[in-house]
Design a protein around this ligand. Structure first.
Ligand SMILES: NC(=O)c1ccc[n+]([C@@H]2O[C@H](COP(=O)([O-])OP(=O)(O)OC[C@H]3O[C@@H](n4cnc5c(N)ncnc54)[C@H](O)[C@@H]3O)[C@@H](O)[C@H]2O)c1
Length: 470
């Protein structure tokens, strides 16, 4: 067992690879307080675990649309799943005709999984959105049908953080203005108001997945890092948390925003906050368009109070690529913003890299495989998040019950009565809205018992889907 000091002291965060556990160590790579997690999130990861097989389910068939990465396709094939892979999005009618043959569907943003599609999806167990957003899926009706939906919200954090570093240096050196002049044939060699970033202060608003990545990169460039967050978060490196947004704005040369769009973050940076920023400082917004009051930002730039800004996200964004799409019909101030010097405008590309796409493929295929093979719903966006540590290879008489049911009083009593002839080794249940999910590992189960357990639990009044993994 490693000592506490040799474990990596990163605080608990929702999807990080380390988490703080008060429990006793259970593997060679744990310490009393820190436990290293693999992608399965099981503390017994480093002990051989039993490979579970779905009971009474045909061969698992996946429908992958919209050219999902070949790495993901291969990962599913390696699991023994049958994969049908198509490059295009499917229409609602095409889906309705075919989806009844599949246990899993993987899509990006163009395929719509509507209520009608879900009604036709008689075998469907899970949906994977190989992208960030999940608006294209009727999440509520999917949950009611017992279908968890997985996505990949944090695969592009590093890509965004790297873009911010590029923007910090570009703003500080007026790089995009010089490049534009050269493309116009103008030679304009200047050093006035161009600065190194070393020794300057970066203020990060929102110290989550992206904010923390940026913190590490900025310190490597010799910058002093401050951050403001509504949560108390342990700093990385020498970064320092400040108590108020005002403290951060007043001390920073660069302010970079990394908060989600919430009612309380709309116009988080408006006229009053811009005034709190230092004269000659820079604002960077790669978070969400409505976090900044852009007319107020234009005012601060025109007054010379800010020396520049970078904006990747806008209150209204064009639905498709094309010349002239970013115009005054879309946002009335667009041409004004485009005309200002040292203003970097990008078309919401913060997370758009090949690496992020590959990570999305890996993360979503892992989540789907874990759900199909082990029942784990960690990371599901519309479903209670439930997980159990692995059944070990030598626990051959153990089986796993995965029972999705309506969230009604008395269900657990009923199910536990059915399980009462066996030893319930571990169980965990959680609910979200109308839907509840129970996972239980039971031992001393003979082959003859399995069908009986499956039938009796499936017949309970609140049952939605019951799967046994044996
Ligand atoms: N430009 C792009 O292409 C792109 C790509 C990915 C993510 N994003 C956006 O970046 C933002 C941050 O993403 P993330 O993955 O780091 O999110 P995250 O959830 O990991 O972190 C957000 C942090 O903001 C904090 N926060 C929430 N409200 C706050 C407030 N009022 N004041 C201060 N802090 C507050 C939270 O506590 C959290 O620590 C999101 O809006 C996301 O949509 C943009």
């Amino acid at each position: 067992m490693s000592s506490p000091s040799s474990a990596i002291p990163i605080p608990s965060r929702r999807h990080d690879h380390y988490y703080q556990s008060p429990g006793s160590p259970t593997s060679p790579l744990t310490s009393p307080n820190w436990r290293v997690l693999s992608l399965s999130n099981n503390p017994n990861d480093f002990l051989p675990s039993k490979v579970l097989q779905p009971f009474a389910t045909d061969e698992i068939r996946l429908l992958l649309l919209e050219n999902i990465s070949l790495e993901a396709v291969q990962a599913f094939k390696d699991e023994g799943f049958q994969v049908d892979h198509f490059t295009k999005a499917w229409t609602e009618d095409e889906l309705v005709a075919e989806i009844g043959n599949y246990h899993v569907v993987g899509i990006r943003s163009k395929t719509k999984i509507t209520e009608r599609v879900l009604k036709a999806a008689t075998k469907l167990l899970a949906i994977g959105c190989f992208c960030i957003g999940t608006n294209q899926v009727d999440l509520l009706n999917a949950a009611r049908a017992g279908i968890p939906v997985f996505n990949s919200p944090f695969s592009n954090s590093r890509s965004v953080a790297e873009l911010v570093m590029a923007e910090i240096i570009s703003l500080s050196r007026q790089l995009t203005d010089r490049a534009r002049e050269m493309h116009d044939g103008t030679w304009n060699k200047v050093s006035k108001n161009c600065f190194e970033v070393r020794g300057k202060t970066l203020g990060i608003v929102g110290y989550g997945h992206i904010g923390t990545q940026l913190s590490v990169l900025a310190e490597a460039f010799g910058m002093r890092v401050l951050y403001y967050d509504v949560l108390n978060i342990m700093p990385l490196g020498s970064a320092q948390q400040v108590a108020t947004l005002g403290d951060l704005l007043g001390q920073s040369t660069f302010v970079s925003l990394h908060v989600p769009e919430l009612p309380e973050t709309v116009n988080l940076i408006g006229e009053a906050e811009l005034k709190m920023m230092q004269r000659g400082s820079y604002l960077i917004n790669n978070a969400r368009g409505r976090v900044v009051d852009i007319p107020a930002l234009i005012g601060a730039l025109e007054a010379g109070h800010l020396a520049g800004c970078a904006v990747d996200v806008f209150p209204s964004e064009p639905g498709s690529n094309g010349a002239g799409a970013f115009n005054d019909q879309l946002n009335w101030w667009s041409s004004k913003l485009r005309s200002l010097p040292n203003v970097i405008l990008t078309p919401h590309i913060g997370g758009s890299t090949e690496e992020a796409q590959r990570m999305i493929g890996f993360e979503v295929s892992t989540a789907l495989t874990r759900y199909i093979s082990y029942g784990t719903t960690l990371g599901a966006v519309n479903f209670p998040e439930v997980d159990l540590r692995a059944i070990l290879a030598d626990q051959s008489s153990f089986i796993r019950v995965c029972h999705i049911h309506k969230n009604k009083p008395g269900v657990l009593r009923q199910v536990n009565e059915i399980l009462s002839d066996h030893n319930v080794e571990k169980q965990y249940s959680d609910s979200k809205g109308d839907i509840a999910y129970l996972m239980a590992d039971i031992s001393g189960v003979s082959q003859a018992d399995i069908q009986d357990l499956h039938d009796r639990i499936s017949r309970t009044r609140s049952n939605i889907i019951t799967r046994l993994l044996t």
